[in-house]
Write a protein that binds this ligand. Structure first.
Ligand code: ZN
Length: 289
């Protein structure tokens, strides 16, 4: 199939119901093991992603993991695949997906060791906020958690991404962080070196669900790509979108900066699936085992 034929086919399929074709068949053919999606995204470790085969059903099955709806796509091999986010706190071992009207499907989670990092912050409030700042943070935290937990039935335009900015990767996902000696949450996203003002591009079509200036995350944008695939962009210097905007892959959502808890200009990027923050490096083909 030529690229033109493929793009026509893709357009036709995208026009029909919620079917998504998210990989390139000419690449999949070259691969002895699995489809393009499986080879790119299947990194079943805590903080990773499991691509779980659900078979050849007439319709997309309704799948949940830990009570949250799971993204289901029709892959290039025409089989339905669950693309499951595995929270960092998930134990290694066997885990099960609940499939409506069918037997549960299990998958194996391996283990992964994450590095540690010690950070000195001059702004002490960003280590131990005062009660007023704490109250502000809790409000903002709830708003973000609600955005991550939402599920829009339309499927994403694509699940393998281009980098949102061209810079090199700096802090990896999952780093255990100690701010002025005190352990805080592990790094929930991936950082890119990006001078202030660098255009940040949306990696897939979506709807902007949050545009806000947060205490820790600074100027922040959330994009809901559909079926629980949600991305977040933090520490921005400027916004190019407003809440409720529909964005297309490649649109500029804002400019990188150093607002909030940041030691210098960079982009902090989160990717979430079924309300689990997972390693964004997986989606751009840069995962390090
Ligand atoms: Zn970060």
């Amino acid at each position: 199939m030529s690229r033109t034929e493929f793009s026509l086919l893709r357009r036709r399929l995208l026009g029909a119901a919620s079917v998504v074709v998210v990989s390139a068949p000419w690449l999949a053919q070259a691969a002895p093991q699995g489809t393009f999606i499986e080879r790119t995204l299947h990194k079943p470790v805590p903080g990773g992603v499991a691509v779980v085969d659900l078979g050849e059903l007439a319709q997309a099955p309704h799948v949940t993991f830990n009570g949250y709806r799971v993204l289901v796509v029709r892959d290039a091999d025409q089989r339905w695949k669950a693309i499951v986010g595995i929270d960092l706190k998930t134990a290694a071992g066997r885990h099960g997906l609940t499939v409506q009207g069918a037997q549960p499907v299990s998958f194996q989670v391996g283990s992964k060791r994450y590095r540690e990092q010690r950070i000195t912050l001059k702004n002490k409030a960003h280590v131990n906020p005062d009660p007023q700042q704490q109250a502000r943070f809790e409000r903002e935290y709830k708003e973000q958690m609600d955005a991550y937990a939402s599920f829009r039935p339309e499927g994403p335009s694509n699940v393998v991404f281009d980098k949102p900015v061209p810079g090199r990767l700096t802090s990896p996902f999952g780093l255990r962080r100690f701010f002025n000696g005190e352990e805080r949450n592990a790094h929930s996203g991936l950082d890119f070196a990006a001078p202030t003002g660098t255009a940040i591009k949306v990696p897939a079509d979506g709807v902007v669900t949050i545009v806000a200036d947060y205490f820790f995350n600074g100027k922040t944008v959330f994009v809901d790509h559909g079926q629980g695939l949600i991305t977040m962009y933090c520490h921005l210097s400027a916004f190019d979108v407003r809440k409720g905007d529909t964005v297309r892959k490649g649109d500029v959502l804002g400019r990188s900066g150093a607002t909030g808890r940041a030691t210098g200009p960079h982009l902090h990027w989160n990717v979430s699936l079924n309300n689990a923050r997972v390693d964004p490096a997986i989606f751009i083909g840069a995962f390090q085992p």
